[in-house]
Design a protein around this ligand. Structure first.
Ligand code: IVH
Length: 685
């Protein structure tokens, strides 16, 4: 028993300490997941030994006492917290508990909405005017943050009456979450780092730190926002459901999370909605760390009532944590397929959201300096969706003095070439096109799932193929024979067969996947798909000029040009890629090896236009420029707006521009209008 008492007290002390860092200092020292584990451990022990529960246990209280510098506000009703659930079973148990408590089989539905990761605030409206705003504090007494709250533009100072049926109550205490959007948070942190100020660990701390400012002019500069999700006291409590209450708040001008509040007919639908929110979590512009399930009917909410810390009628389903604490064992540098050098932190493996994370990207030297990340540091790691895990923050209090500052090398770690930084860029690059690390990275990219999708061609086999000189570039993969593969270490007959089959199968692909596989800088799966959808044909992409690619809004009713989603940098990258002689050779070899996809085939008889690239200059007599374009494309040709080595013909009309000279210089065939018409099959020749 002695042991248990000691363990419980230690847990309580730890939780109190972390509460203080989180609620009072807005500067947590452990991940939320670690905190939840401590908390659950204590709850378990208290459940086993109820006689050891004390009223001052953190499991009985919420938040922390207000900071002394703020005046205090007593809440009309305590601002409770929510009970947490982590798995479907917890949600089902919540539903069963409610049914048992009610003791009858009344039917009721639920609402499900995102749990916003910010800080809870109460706004008091008296006769429609915002009089007091406070933080949650210890649930009974919070901090007076009225001037700060008034700087948030979406919080109305006066409520509006939009509906005759819904007069504004004399007293309304509204509750909600103040938060900061993820983008705004990143921007704020970047600015703070530039000024050598400490960065915030996450958007929630940034929101809390920004709101709890003694000088409201600081809050004014911070992009905060608020979603309302409930009420305290109200003078006219005539609502039958939670959903109806939300709609009334909305009518009075308060901001609620309309698109994401869903009424679910039963607990199964609620569970589905929780999963849906968890899956779409990366698409939210703000952090959500769970879903809140509430009994929709207010009469049932009332019957259920509340426990010390939380109401019985609501549950917070917490998503799988996206952050964990771990340690950096080593920092090294990876060379990507475009030669970019990226510092990578090797971690003591840690599970985040069901995936074992061993590495995190540190982006570049600036980022390392900004966050002051050192080898052997204890850090908080963030992993979201399929994005590469990142270091959020160093926990400086865990430093021992053994940590080592990391500086990027001035030579490529793979080939020793001096690295370079382009003006205005932060990325260091190895400029050696034959760098083995770059070739390895390109090959890995080429065979990856989103690219040619060659199953079984992993890093180890690629390394052997490179070592033995069997493969030097992508197209060599398609020349590999069974005999070649059998020469590799530790490869069995059967795996060699399978690999050969996978290589063969990969030849049938799609245009978008092929474009992605090429590994053009800035061309990820999304841009590759845009290109394929827009141009439909590979030769059209290959011949597209920067102007054809780059998106520009049309002036005065003219059509927009280029492709939405492609800006200057990407356009340059694509066009330059297809101008490079070694890329042209590589593509020729790849296409020659039998890679194919379904292309939109021109539905017309072969014509001399088909497959040729045209550029127009000057005005034509017999048709408008747009008509000429239509004719060329309709006959299977492609158009470009500038002359390059890939241009087949320049069509010259009246008053040609500088293109004529350039075409002559490059030896491009020149067509006058008559010859062009003959080619189109409309002339009289
Ligand atoms: S309802 C009686 N709805 O999560 C408590 N809370 O962990 C009613 N939160 O204290 C709370 N989004 O600060 C509710 N849509 C939402 C929420 C939400 C975030 C916060 C709130 C609460 C905490 C509990």
């Amino acid at each position: 028993m002695e042991e248990i008492i000691k363990q419980i007290e230690e847990l309580r002390e730890k939780i109190r300490y972390h509460n203080h860092r989180y609620y009072s200092l807005d500067d947590p020292e452990i991940s939320d997941a670690d905190y939840d584990r401590l908390f659950r451990h204590l709850l378990d022990l208290e459940r086993q030994y109820p006689e050891l529960i004390t009223p001052d246990s953190p499991t009985r209280s919420v938040g922390a006492k207000p900071r002394e510098a703020f005046s205090e506000v007593k809440h009309g009703r305590p601002m409770l917290s929510l009970e947490n659930g982590f798995q479907d079973e917890d949600i089902i148990a919540f539903d069963s508990r409610i049914r048992r408590f009610l003791g009858d089989d009344s039917h009721f539905d639920y609402t499900v909405e995102p749990k916003i990761d910010g800080l809870a605030v109460e706004l008091v409206y008296e006769k429609g005017k915002l009089t007091v705003a406070s933080t949650r504090g210890d649930a009974y007494v919070g901090e007076n943050v009225t001037p700060n709250i008034k700087t948030i533009l979406t919080i109305p100072l006066t409520l509006t009456r939009r509906n005759r049926e819904r007069p504004i109550p004399d007293l309304l205490e509204v509750r909600g979450e103040v938060y900061m959007e993820s983008e705004a948070f990143n921007r704020l942190n970047r600015k703070r780092a530039e000024k050598n100020l400490p960065v915030f660990a996450n958007p929630r701390n940034a929101a809390a730190g920004s709101l709890r400012q003694l000088d409201f002019r600081v809050t004014l500069k911070r992009p905060l926002n608020m979603f309302c999700y409930g009420i305290g006291r109200i003078s006219t409590p005539d609502f039958s459901t939670q959903h109806e209450l939300m709609m009334a708040l909305n009518e009075w001008g308060l901001r609620i999370n309309i698109p994401h509040i869903k009424v679910c007919k039963d607990i199964n639908e609620a569970i589905d909605q929780c999963h849906h929110l968890e899956e779409t979590r990366p698409q939210f512009f703000y952090e959500i760390d769970g879903a809140v399930i509430k009994v929709n009917r207010i009469d049932i909410q009332k019957r259920l009532g509340e426990k010390t810390r939380s109401p019985r009628w609501a549950l917070a389903y917490k998503f799988k944590p996206s952050q964990e604490t771990t340690r950096i064992t080593k920092i090294d540098v990876q060379v990507g397929r475009t030669g970019a050098l990226t510092p990578v932190a090797h971690l003591e493996p840690v599970e985040i959201g069901g995936v074992l994370v061993k590495r995190a990207t540190l982006h570049n030297q600036e980022e390392i300096n900004r966050k002051d990340i050192r080898e052997l540091d204890t850090v908080i790691i963030h992993r979201a969706g399929d994005v590469i895990p990142e270091v959020v923050k160093v926990i400086e209090s865990k430093r021992t003095g053994q940590e080592k500052v990391f500086v990027m090398p001035d030579q490529c770690p793979a080939c020793g070439t001096a690295v370079k930084k382009k003006e205005g860029e932060v990325v260091l690059r190895c400029a050696n096109p034959d760098c083995p690390a770059q070739i390895m990275a390109s090959l890995k990219h080429f065979v990856s799932k989103g690219g040619m999708n060659i199953d079984g061609l992993g890093e180890k086999i690629i390394a052997q193929l490179l070592d033995r000189g069997m493969v030097q570039s992508e197209s060599d993969i398609y020349g590999l024979s069974h005999e070649d593969l059998m020469k590799l270490n530790k490869i069995e007959q059967k795996s060699a067969d399978n690999l050969l089959r996978a290589i063969e199968d990969s030849k049938k692909t799609t245009l978008a996947k092929f474009i992605f596989a090429l590994g053009i800088r800035h061309v990820g799966e999304h841009i590759a798909r845009l290109l394929a959808d827009h141009f439909k044909r590979f030769d059209m992409i290959q011949n597209a000029s920067r102007e054809d690619l780059m998106y520009r809004k049309g002036k005065r009713g003219e059509e927009d040009s280029g492709i939405k989603g492609i800006g200057e940098e990407i356009a340059w990258s694509i066009a330059s890629y297809f101008e490079d002689e070694s890329n042209i050779q590589n593509i020729r070899r790849l296409l020659g090896s039998g890679i194919l996809w379904e292309e939109v085939k021109p539905a017309f008889p072969p014509s001399p236009i088909s497959g040729k690239t045209f550029v127009l200059t000057g005005s034509l007599n017999s048709m408008k420029r747009a008509q000429a374009k239509e004719q060329i494309i309709g006959k299977g040709g492609s158009l470009s707006s500038s002359i390059s080595r890939n241009t087949d013909y320049l069509v010259v009309g009246k008053d040609p521009g500088s293109k004529l000279k350039k075409a002559e210089d490059l030896g491009v065939s020149i067509l006058n209008e008559d010859k062009f018409l003959i080619m189109l099959g409309e002339g009289h020749g």
